[in-house]
Structure formats: C-alpha cells, structure tokens
Design a protein around this ligand. Sequence first.
Ligand SMILES: Cc1cc2nc3c(=O)[nH]c(=O)nc-3n(C[C@H](O)[C@H](O)[C@H](O)COP(=O)(O)O)c2cc1C
Length: 179
Amino acid sequence: MTNRASEPQASMDVFEAVRTLLAVRSYQDKPLPDAVVRRIVEAGRLTGSAMNGQPWHFIVIRDGETLRRLGALASSGPYVAQAPLAIVVATEKTRFAVSDASRAIQSMFLTAWADGVGSNWVGFGGLEKVKTVLDIPASLDVLAILPFGYPARAVGRGKKQRKPLREVAHLERYGRPFE
Ligand SMILES: Cc1cc2nc3c(=O)[nH]c(=O)nc-3n(C[C@H](O)[C@H](O)[C@H](O)COP(=O)(O)O)c2cc1C
C-alpha cells in the first residue's frame, strides 16, 4: 500500500476524510451555514440502500431548546445539547434498515467533515423518548442522534486507536497476512 497520508492533497479526498475523521464531542458556539446543513442531509438522502428501500427519515434540529431536550435524553451523549445542529435518524422497522441508515450516517459524517464540521454517533436505538419530543410516529425506530458542529479543539490529524491492518485484513484466505 502507498502511504497516501504523505502525498500532497489539493482538497480533502475520500481517503483523507476517512483517515482523519474522528468522533467530535465538543463544538464551537457557531451556527452552521444553511448550505452546509443541506449538503449533509442530501448526503444521507443520496446514499444507496438495500433494494433502494431508503427506510430512513432525517429530522434536522437547530432549535436550541430542542437540542437541550435531546441532550437530556441521550445518556451516552449529553453534549448534543451544546451542538448547533443535530440530525435524528429514524428508521422503518424493516430488515435492512439499520444497515441502510448506518451507511447514510457515514455519508453525512464524511460530507460534514469535508466542510470542517465534526460530528458523532450518539445512542443505538432505545431512544424511545425522543419520539415524543419530535412527533416521530410509533411505526419508526430512533437509531441515533447525530450532533454536528465546528470542533471546539483542533482535531483531525488522523491519530486513531485502531487495530493494525495485519489483525483485521487477510489475503485470499482467512489467516493469511495481507501485509
Ligand atoms: C454504532 C455506534 C454507536 C456509538 N455510540 C456512541 C455514543 O452513544 N456516544 C458517544 O459519545 N460515542 C458513540 N460512538 C462513537 C464511538 O465511540 C467512536 O466512533 C469510537 O470510539 C472511535 O472514536 P474515534 O473515531 O474518535 O477514534 C458510537 C459509534 C458507533 C459506530
């Protein structure tokens, strides 16, 4: 493999975005431009899904009071309350919905990141009370709350705690070293 991280980049290409994307849990008190918000939501909408089912809804929250209420409900992500934007991802109760919506979430994260906007995945289902706050029908599940905002601290140098490639990648057969 080439070390693409050391190559000059004219703009953030896809690998660079993946390489540097990190979970961002604190945000500047600065609103996101409408065009950036729209691009993030579009990235979710445009994502491919099993049988093109698109079993998702993206509820865009910018109202401070609603963000605070969501933060109070998200035990694993109270920092949602400090974000200038959150997107709540609700899914149909169908077979591929979690896979499909997870893929859409990653599209939104990468699109945001390319615009300098940090985000994170908060919760994994079990967010029943969020439905009441946002008028989400009982026929849907709430998969995640995604807070977005400009990172409060410098991030994105690509320093990650990940298993080494040799532990997770295999060549031709399981157990044969990829590198
Ligand atoms: C399915 C899923 C659920 C997650 N849930 C939470 C969560 O509830 N709260 C949180 O702060 N981070 C959550 N995260 C973020 C992970 O903790 C984070 O991506 C991981 O620790 C790697 O961090 P890094 O990308 O900054 O290296 C979740 C991530 C995924 C993919």
